[in-house]
Ligand binder design. Structure first.
Ligand code: PGA
Length: 252
C-alpha cells in the first residue's frame, strides 16, 4: 500500500538511563536539521524515561511509545503500569506481545488482546507483535502461527490509526539473522490479507512493521519489500547514528 505512511520505531527494551537523553537529543536535532518526510519516527524507552523524554521530543517529529501495559486503568497491581499512566507520561503508543514478554512473562494472545483494548481506552496506539520461533519456522508452521496470533491477539475494532502490527521472527531478534526478502514478502502478504479480510479498508491501511536485526545496512532492502511499512528496531535504535541510518532508508 503506497499510501500507508511507514513507522520506524525504536524499542529500547530494558536499556537506558537519564544520561541516554543525549542520544534522543541527537536524534531530535538531526531530524530537525535534516527532515525526512514520508515516515513516522518513534522511540519506546523504558517507562522510567517517558516523562523526561516527552519534554525533549516536544514539537519534533519523534513520538514516544511504551513497551507494555496492564489491562486495568488503576488498582492493586504492584509494579504494573496502566495505559493511562503511560499516556499521562507522554506515550502515544505501546508495544504489546513482544516475544520477550511472551517468553519472560508467559503472555498469551488473549492477554495481548486485553492489553490492546486497554491501550485504546487510554488513547494509545497498540503495536502488536507476532512472529514464529526458530522451531516453528523449521517445522513449516510459520504462517499458521502468525495467522493464529493475529486472530487471537488483535481485538475487534482495530483501525489503521489505533493499531500497528509488527512481524518479528523470534529467531531474528538480536541475532543478526534476517529472513530472506522472499520470506518477509510472503509473511507480510499473508498478514495483509488477514487484516484486509477482517478489517476491510482499515486492515488495508494498517501498518505492518518488520522487526528483527534491522540495521542501517539492511534497512533499505527490507523496507522496500511489499507490505513492509516500517520497522521495529531493537539494538540499532540505542544509538542515534544507527537509528538515523535506518530512517535514511526513506530518504528520497
Ligand atoms: P533487534 O530487536 O533489532 O535488536 O533484533 C528487535 C525487537 O526486538 O523489536
Amino acid at each position: 500500500m503506497s499510501n500507508v505512511q511507514p513507522l520506524v520505531a525504536g524499542n529500547w527494551k530494558m536499556n537506558g538511563l537519564k544520561s541516554s537523553a543525549s542520544e534522543l537529543k541527537t536524534l531530535v536535532d538531526k531530524l530537525n536539521a535534516e527532515p525526512v518526510s514520508g515516515v513516522d519516527v518513534m522511540i519506546c524507552p523504558p517507562a522510567t524515561l517517558l516523562l523526561a523524554f516527552s519534554a525533549l521530543v516536544e514539537g519534533s517529529k519523534v513520538k514516544l511509545g511504551a513497551q507494555d501495559c496492564h489491562t486495568e486503568a488503576s488498582g492493586a497491581h504492584t509494579g504494573d503500569l496502566s495505559a493511562e499512566m503511560l499516556a499521562d507520561s507522554g506515550a502515544v503508543a505501546v508495544i504489546l506481545g513482544h516475544s520477550e514478554r511472551r517468553a519472560d512473562h508467559g503472555e498469551l494472545d488473549r492477554h495481548v488482546r486485553a492489553k490492546a483494548e486497554a491501550a485504546w481506552r487510554a488513547g494509545l496506539m497498540a503495536i502488536i507483535c507476532v512472529g514464529e520461533t526458530e522451531g516453528q519456522r523449521k517445522a513449516g508452521v510459520t504462517l499458521d502461527v502468525v495467522r493464529r496470533q493475529l486472530k487471537n491477539a488483535i481485538p475487534d475494532g482495530a483501525t489503521a490509526a489505533n493499531t500497528v502490527i509488527a512481524y518479528e521472527p523470534v529467531w531474528a531478534i538480536g541475532t543478526g539473522l534476517v529472513p530472506t526478502a522472499e520470506d518477509v514478502k510472503q509473511v507480510h502478504g499473508v498478514i495483509r490479507d488477514e487484516l484486509a479480510a477482517r478489517f476491510g479498508d482499515e486492515g488495508r491501511g494498517m501498518r505492518i512493521q518488520y522487526g528483527g536485526s534491522v540495521k542501517p545496512g539492511n534497512a533499505k532492502e527490507l523496507m522496500s519489500i511489499d507490505n513492509v511499512n516500517g520497522a521495529l528496531v531493537g539494538g540499532a535504535s540505542l544509538k542515534a547514528e544507527d537509528f538515523l541510518g535506518i530512517i535514511a532508508a526513506y530518504k528520497s
